[in-house]
Write a protein that binds this ligand. Structure first.
Ligand SMILES: *Cc1c(COP(=O)(O)O)cnc(C)c1O
Ligand code: SF4
Length: 343
């Protein structure tokens, strides 16, 4: 008897996620980097595991330990360092949780930590210590999250974040979208995702249909820090999303050794625009334990943003912001603790 029932073929993007590099030895070998980096990489990997999909890896220059894309994913000894003032929950997410996986910090919008999973592990991530297992809106089929939203008519926008919501399968996204659509006062669905950047094949016809066939306005905030992260595959994924009616924005984190140069930031904005994406936020690094080596001083950050503003139209200048626990919005730099000053 011929056995014809093989497992249904996975979507290509799922295979791509499964093929991600998750051990430091493979990473160094694939990129032709010195084995002397290995012991530190192994130790930092034990604190927060390495994860990098191959399409992103392909944009890294082999043999260059200072490559700005590599720096975002390579575990380093510096992560073992605990600096004074570093926090495990720097932005007060745990205090802002109003239901499992529901963060309500700002008026009019709530953020759902849809999943703990990410396609890539960014070494600077402020969520590297976040206890997702206990705080995941999807674990109970979104019911308590949607109940909270339904009971709060001021909520117009629901943000799926994480983790990364586009690591969820289309049918899981459809479940939450249908539930949100049933709440009359919800108008906008926003996704915060790095998946289309690191695995552009995620933007397949199935996902495009899900995002196109909803009454909600859909905004996708990508997370790209360096112009070289945008290759032709990423640009065409963005084109398909735009054609499906999705508004595309980008947020970056200002990172030492990655994008703390005016030329890089200008190049990033230009490349984003060419791909149909507008820059939205430039985040100051959150003081998360293990990421202090990425910090850029505030005066340096302001100088960089001035240089960018001098060279680009206003719509290509992202807003430099800092997240302050307990504040009613992201705070523009340098207004922390002070009044507006346009001197
Ligand atoms: C960043 C964030 C938002 C979105 O803020 P915007 O300024 O609208 O982009 C919403 N909720 C939480 C909890 C956030 O951290
Ligand atoms: S994809 Fe986003 S949430 Fe995930 S590790 Fe990177 S920065 Fe953090």
């Amino acid at each position: 008897m011929i056995h014809g029932t093989s497992a249904p073929r996975q979507a290509p993007w799922r295979e791509e996620l499964a093929r991600a590099i998750t051990n430091p030895q493979d990473l160094l070998a694939t990129l032709g980097l010195p084995a002397t980096l290995l012991p530190a990489a192994e130790r930092a990997h034990a604190l927060f595991p390495l994860r990098v999909p191959r399409p992103y890896l392909a944009r890294i220059t082999p043999g260059d330990p200072d490559d700005p894309l590599l720096r975002q994913i390579l575990p380093l000894a510096a992560e073992e360092h605990v600096a004074a003032g570093d926090l495990r929950d720097p932005v007060g997410d745990l205090a802002a949780q109003v239901a499992p996986g529901v963060l309500h910090k700002y008026q009019g919008r709530v953020l759902l930590t849809a999943t703990g999973a990410c396609a890539v592990h960014c070494r600077y991530c402020f969520r590297r210590h976040f206890p997702y297992a206990e705080a995941n809106a999807a674990r109970d089929d979104w019911r308590s999250a949607v109940t909270y939203i339904a009971e709060n008519p001021s909520v117009r926008e629901v943000i799926l974040s994480g983790g990364d919501p586009l690591t969820l399968a289309d049918d899981k996204l459809v479940v939450v979208i249908r539930r949100l659509e049933a709440v009359d006062h919800v108008q906008t669905l926003r996704l915060h995702s790095r998946v289309p950047v690191v695995v552009p094949s995620r933007v397949d016809n199935g996902l495009l249909a899900v995002l196109h066939k909803t009454r909600l306005a859909v905004v996708l905030v990508l997370h790209i820090n360096h112009p070289r992260e945008i290759d032709q595959d990423v640009a065409s994924a963005c084109g398909r999303l735009r054609a499906a009616g999705v508004t595309l924005l980008n947020q970056s984190v200002l990172l030492a050794g990655v994008n703390d140069e005016a030329d890089v930031l200008v190049g990033l904005s230009e490349r984003l625009f060419a791909a149909g994406v507008l820059p939205y936020y430039m985040h100051m690094l959150d003081r998360v334990q293990g990421a202090a080596h990425f910090a850029v001083a505030e005066d340096v950050a302001l100088g960089l943003m001035r240089a960018v503003r001098d060279r680009l139209p206003g719509y290509l200048v992202p807003r430099l912001v800092r997240e302050v626990a307990g504040a009613p919005a992201k705070i523009p730099v340098p207004e922390v603790g002070g009044s507006l000053c346009y001197g």
